[in-house]
Design a protein around this ligand. Structure first.
Ligand SMILES: Nc1ncnc2c1ncn2[C@@H]1O[C@H](COP(=O)(O)OP(=O)(O)OP(=O)(O)O)[C@@H](O)[C@H]1O
Ligand SMILES: [Mg+2]
Length: 251
């Protein structure tokens, strides 16, 4: 079956310095894959590069395929129209508009995107909290509500593949899992998602596959069950587990 997203030899360099170099990444349809790594590992640079976008003057090379179609030379807005959506780090909402206006004013371009696009009501069903705050200005939302709205706006554009860059940043631990479970629900309904997540423990509760990035390279990846035992994940993110009675002493 054709992969929903395939990335080959993607390299991003800033002023000659390589920031990201990823040989191969394949996401089958309906899969939720996580990208984890330390601050500065290149997670944002990577997902931005997949979309063909960068925060500063960068050189992006490599091949990205969406449902088998090569996106080389295709500008960002056209990638979006075809269903490759990025919810970037930080805010992606219009603060001076209400929640409902933010959603209503975000419309898909083209017939195919329209067919995939979520209605405003469907976004409200997915995020009941947004429905409660539909008349509030986006600027007045909490960080978590704003993330929901940013995801909602992307869903309005009719995604096939969503790249989410730390949607849970700044959220209380309880809300992190709620948000990630909602993303899981979207994937179970057929969406394909690449999720950058700081909270490795929480990510591992919901993802199918995990990529560990270090200095711009994938240093480990695999199905989440296998990655749970990977020493690089355990040592850096899960902490070593030492039972109290490891020495065999009996109180
Ligand atoms: N516009 C730019 N110009 C030069 N270097 C950049 C630029 N953007 C990012 N970098 C560098 O590229 C590297 C990767 O940054 P990136 O933002 O992708 O990391 P990250 O893994 O997303 O980190 P975080 O977890 O803090 O969000 C860092 O060393 C960063 O300083
Ligand atoms: Mg980042």
């Amino acid at each position: 079956m054709t992969a929903a997203l395939e990335v080959q030899s993607l390299s991003v360099t800033y002023g000659g310095d390589p920031a990201v170099s990823v040989d191969h990444l394949v996401l089958p349809r309906g899969v939720l894959a996580g990208v984890v790594g330390a601050n500065g590992a290149g997670k944002s640079t990577f997902v931005n590069g997949v979309l063909g976008w960068s925060r500063g003057p960068a050189r992006v090379s490599g091949t990205v395929r969406l449902d088998g179609a090569d996106l080389s030379g295709i500008p960002v807005h056209e990638r979006v129209r075809r269903g490759l959506l990025l919810v970037p780090e930080g805010l992606a909402v219009f603060g001076t508009m209400s929640v409902e206006e933010n959603l209503k004013s975000t419309r898909p371009h083209g017939v195919e995107a329209q067919a995939r696009a979520f209605t405003v009501d469907r976004v409200f069903d997915l995020f009941p909290r947004l429905a409660e705050r539909r008349r509030n200005l986006a600027a007045s939302l909490s960080g978590g509500e704003r993330q929901m709205l940013a995801i909602g706006r992307s869903l309005r554009l009719g995604p096939r593949v969503m790249l989410l860059d730390e949607p849970s940043i700044g959220l209380a631990p309880r809300l992190v899992l709620t948000l990630l479970l909602t993303i899981r629900q979207l994937v179970d309904e057929g969406l394909t998602v690449l999720l950058v997540e700081q909270n490795v423990r929480a990510a591992m509760e919901v993802v199918d596959h995990l990529y560990l990035l270090e200095r711009g390279r994938v240093i480990a990846d695999g199905p989440v069950a296998a990655m749970r035992d990977d020493p690089r994940i355990v040592e850096a993110y899960l902490g070593s587990v030492r039972p109290d009675n490891a020495s065999g002493a009996v109180a």
